[in-house]
Design a protein around this ligand. Sequence first.
Ligand SMILES: [Mg+2]
Length: 428
Amino acid sequence: MSTPDTFALVDCNNFFVSCERLFQPELRGKPVVVLSNNDGCIVSRSGEAKKLGIPMGGAFYKVRDIVARHGVCWRSSNFSLYGDLSQRVMRILQSFARDVEVYSVDEAFLAFPFVREDIEDVGRLLTRQVEMWTGIPVSIGFAPNKTLAKIATDRAKKHPAAGGVCSLVHASEEQRNAVLAEVPVGDVWGIGRRMGPFLMQQGIQTAYDLKHAPEWLVRKHLTVQGARLVRELRGDVCFPLARTVPKKTIASTRSFRRYITDKRELAEAIATYVGRAARRLRGQSSYASLVTVYIRTNPFSTRYPQYHKSATVAVPVPTASTPRLLTSALAALDTIFAPGFHYQKAGVIFSGLLPMHVWQRTLWGEGEAEQEQDDALMRALDSMNKKWGDGTVFVARQGVQQPWSMRQDHKSRRYTTSWQELLHVKIS
Ligand SMILES: [Mg+2]
């Protein structure tokens, strides 16, 4: 692939809050925050909440005073809603650019094989289209590489008068330098929380300073990635677009050798299918956010009464962990199982899939450590089964029925992925 000439970063504005507002218009114009797992930390803030000084990532209990005083609304994370809206946004982006890298749930890099004079018009068209079709406001920045595109996007967000679009593609060297001089070094894409303060100590305060950092300092203190980043600030292209196109759904379904009438046996079959599908999920490095289970009798049988039903359950936090997916699958089975039928077939379908790294960049707070543990456990399980044969290690169903529930007191409905939770509109 030849090097693209223009990169763009599309970033959804206050994404989780925007998703909540879409179906709860009463939240518009008000300060709103979305909380992480167990309602612990603030992971998304509306513009109004930012103005009140509520910090990103901060513990919710620490801002109780501000919340009470200013009537700040809060919601628990609703990942099935965010995951679904994210996919809708990404699908629209794919109609604008052939090369799209989904970077996190609410960010994507785009690459174009050309330099256009009217690139800002393309940007305005894109932001308008996304907002019209999904209701999610986005910002977009254009530049000759990813690092500068990130800076352009941040600038587009800070200057709403520009309609959420900023381009550094045609900027002169002086103009670009002026922009870089306004960016604190810690805000540069890829400069971590530790590297930022260290660079400041070395007298490198802004992206402009980093661009002009002496070679010895770059070589001595920055990683290979860091050195590439400096080159991108200077205008080179060092980070190509990574392709992220995993399968959209993963299913495992099978007919039984004989009829099953017992719920416990049916659950065992479901557990086996979950195990199989979860391994494929991990094989393509994805997390699932929705689990569908279906069961049916033999449609050709004239001897027994017919029954078929399916249910979809949202995983509390997107995952590739067999036990967690199984917990959701069994919850789905509970809602559809009817006694007295001769079941012939069952299936499990995972959807709302996104690459693991995409979710990992999005989920933070207490869930992170839990997820790392899950992933490590599943890697161990997969490698043992690979080494000693399938079924060497598996999940005992009894072991996963332990109540594992999260506190999510203020969760909104799954407006776009659950028939039961669709938005009701009263017409008088
Ligand atoms: Mg965002």
